[in-house]
Design a protein around this ligand. Structure first.
Ligand code: NAD
Ligand code: UDX
Length: 464
C-alpha cells in the first residue's frame, strides 16, 4: 500500500523530530502530529520557529521548511486518526507511580487510551505503528483492543522503536545506524513493506532491519540496557580509580581501543539521566521478574543501583570536601539538563544531587543555557520531598553563569555543555569564596589549568 497520509499521536521528543524528518524526506506524504497538550501544540505552531517546545540542533530549520506544507501540528486527534492510513503511537510510557508494578513497570495507560481512541474513530483499515518504547508483547494487547471493537476495520500492528538520542536527534534520524521494523513476517507483509518504503526514501535498504514483533519490541529495551550498562561499568571503575591513582579517562582510552569493546559510551560521569535508561531497565527488570527470571532481573537492576550510587557519591563528596557541612553555603550548578544540547531534564543527575544538597541545607544557584526556572522548580516538586516554598528558598536560577558562580563556595558541573569550557575561569575564581572548589561531574575542564588558577579541582575518576 502506498502511504500518503500519516498521523502521529504524541508531539514530544520522539514524535516531533521523527515526523519532521519523515515530512522533509517524503514530500508526498501528509504528516499530522497530534497531542492532547494544547500548550505544546501551540508551541509547535508558533510563528517564531525558535519557540518550538523542543530544543534540538537543526530541528527548527526542519520544522520551518515542512510546517504548513506537509507537516501539521494539531490537537484534533480524532480527525487526524480518521484521515491517516498509518498511525504512529509516540506517547510517553513512564514508570508506573501507583499500584501493581509501582516504581518498576511501564505505565501503559496512555498507550491503551490511544488504542481505544483509534478503535473508536477508525472507519477504514489502518496500520498502527508502535513508536513508543514498550514491554515485549505489548502489540498483542493493542491488537486485542483494536480487534474487539466489532466495526469490521482491519488493523495491522508494527513495532518501530526509535533509537535517536536527544541532542543529536536530527543527525540520528537522518543517518540512523539502523531502522528496526517488527511485524508479521509470514504473509501479510504489506503493512511492513509500506513502512520499509517510507524509510527507504532516505535510509539505505541494508540498514532497514525487519524482525518479528517481539524481537523488535525487546531489542529496544535491550539496546538501552546495554548502553546504560556501559556507563555504569565505567562509573564503577571511576570510584576504583579515585582510590588507586588510576585515571578513568586513560582507562576509557585504553579499553576503548580494543575493537571488541569500542570507544563510545565510556565517559565517566555524575551518572546517567534522561527519560529512557532508568525507566527502560526497570521495565526490563519487571518483565524478567514476571517470568520468574530473578537472576536476569538482578543482573540488570544492578545498572540502576550503580547509577544511584554514583549520583549520591558525587553529592556526598561535595559535602565531605567542604569540611562536612554545606549548610548556608552557596553551591553553583553549571548545567541542569541530563546531557548537553537538550532542554530535557527528565531524570537528570542534577535533580538528585540538588535534592541531596538541599537536605544538607545548602543554597543552590543554577545556571543552564537551555533550562528555565520553572522547569528546575517542577523537577524538585516532582520528587515530593519538600514544599514549593522550601524549594524556592533553597534554589535560585540564574540567566548568567558568572552571577550564578559569584560568591559561591563551590561549583558543581552537572552537564557537559561546550560553553563551560570557554568561560573566563580566572574571573570566576576571583569572585568566589576561598578556597574555591570545583567538582567536575563531567570531566570537561582542564584539570591542570584549573589548579594553576587556584581552584581546588576534583574530577570523576581521577586524583589529578
Ligand atoms: P514526551 O513525554 O516528550 O511526549 C509524549 C507526548 O504524548 C506528550 O506531549 C503527551 O501529551 C502526549 N500524549 C500522551 N497521551 C496522549 C494521548 N492519548 N493522545 C495524544 N497525545 C498524548 O515523550 P517522548 O520523550 O517523546 O517519548 C515517547 C516514547 O518514545 C516513550 O515511550 C519513550 O520511551 C520513547 N523514546 C524516547 C526517546 C527520547 O529520547 N526521548 C528516544 C527513544 C524512544
Ligand atoms: C538514549 C539512547 O542513547 C537512545 O538510543 C535511545 O533512543 C534513548 O535513550 P538519550 O537518553 O537521549 O538516548 O541520551 P544518551 O546519549 O544515551 O545519554 C544518556 C545519559 O547517559 C546522559 O545523561 C549522558 O550524559 C549519559 N552518558 C552517556 C554518560 O554519562 N557517559 C557516556 O559515555 C554516555
Amino acid at each position: 500500500m502506498k502511504i500518503t497520509s500519516i498521523c502521529c499521536i504524541g508531539a514530544g521528543y520522539v514524535g516531533g523530530p521523527t515526523m519532521a524528518i519523515i515530512a522533509q524526506k517524503c514530500p508526498h506524504i501528509k504528516v499530522t502530529v497530534v497531542d492532547l497538550n494544547v500548550e505544546r501544540i501551540a508551541a509547535w505552531n508558533d510563528k517564531d520557529v525558535t519557540n518550538i517546545p523542543i530544543y534540538e540542533p537543526g530541528l527548527s530549520d526542519l520544522v520551518a521548511e515542512a510546517r504548513g506544507r506537509n507537516l501539521f501540528f494539531s490537537t484534533d486527534v480524532e480527525k487526524a486518526i480518521d484521515e491517516a492510513q498509518m498511525i504512529f503511537i509516540s506517547v510517553n510510557t513512564p514508570t508506573k507511580t501507583y499500584g501493581l508494578g509501582k516504581g518498576m513497570a511501564a505505565d501503559l495507560k496512555y498507550i491503551e487510551l490511544c488504542a481505544r481512541q483509534i478503535a473508536s474513530v477508525a472507519k477504514d483499515n489502518k496500520i498502527v505503528v508502535e513508536k513508543s518504547t514498550l514491554p515485549v508483547r505489548t502489540a498483542e494487547a493493542i491488537k486485542n483492543i483494536l480487534d474487539n471493537t466489532g466495526n469490521g476495520v482491519q488493523f495491522q500492528i508494527l513495532s518501530n522503536p526509535e533509537f535517536l538520542a536527544e541532542g543529536t536527534a536530527v543527525q540520528d534520524l537522518l543517518f540512523p545506524d539502523r531502522v528496526l521494523i517488527g511485524g508479521n513476517l509470514e504473509g501479510e507483509r504489506e503493512a511492513l513493506d509500506s513502512l520499509v518504503e517510507i524509510y527507504a526514501n532516505w535510509v539505505p535498504k541494508e540498514r532497514i532491519l525487519t524482525t518479528n514483533l517481539w524481537s523488535s519490541e525487546l531489542s529496544k529495551l535491550t539496546a538501552n540496557a546495554f548502553l546504560a550498562q556501559r556507563v555504569s561499568s565505567i562509573n564503577a571503575m571511576s570510584e576504583l580509580c579515585e582510590k588507586t591513582g588510576a585515571d578513568v579517562n586513560e582507562l576509557s582510552r585504553a579499553i576503548g581501543m580494543d575493537s571488541r569493546i569500542g570507544p563510545k559510551f565510556l565517559k565517566a560521569s555524575v551518572g546517567f539521566g534522561g527519560s529512557c535508561f532508568q525507566k527502560d531497565i526497570l521495565n526490563l527488570v519487571y518483565i524478567a521478574k514476571s517470568y520468574g527470571l530473578n537472576e536476569v532481573a538482578d543482573y540488570w537492576e544492578q545498572v540502576v543501583i550503580m547509577n544511584d550510587h554514583q549520583k549520591r557519591r558525587f553529592a556526598s563528596t561535595i559535602v565531605q570536601t567542604l569540611y562536612n557541612t554545606v549548610s548556608g553555603k552557596k553551591i553553583a550548578f553549571l548545567g541542569w539538563a541530563f546531557k548537553k544540547d537538550t532542554n530535557d531534564t527528565r531524570e537528570s543527575a542534577a535533580i538528585n544531587v540538588c535534592d541531596y544538597l538541599l537536605h544538607e541545607q545548602a543554597h543552590i544557584a543554577v545556571y543552564d543555557p537551555q533550562v528555565k526556572e520553572k522547569k528546575v522548580f517542577n523537577d524538585l516538586q516532582y520528587l515530593d520531598s519538600r514544599s514549593l516554598e522550601e524549594i524556592e528558598k533553597g534554589i535560585t536560577v540564574f540567566e548568567d553563569p558568572y552571577e550564578a558562580c559569584k560568591d559561591a563556595h563551590a561549583i558543581a558541573i552537572l552537564t557537559e555543555w561546550d560553553e563551560f569550557k570557554a568561560y573566563d575561569w580566572e574571573k570566576i575564581y576571583d569572585n568566589m569564596q576561598k578556597p574555591a572548589f570545583v567538582f567536575d561531574g563531567r570531566n570537561v575542564l582542564d584539570a591542570k589549568k584549573m589548579v594553576s588558577l587556584g581552584f581546588v579541582y576534583s574530577a570523576i575518576g581521577s586524583t589529578n
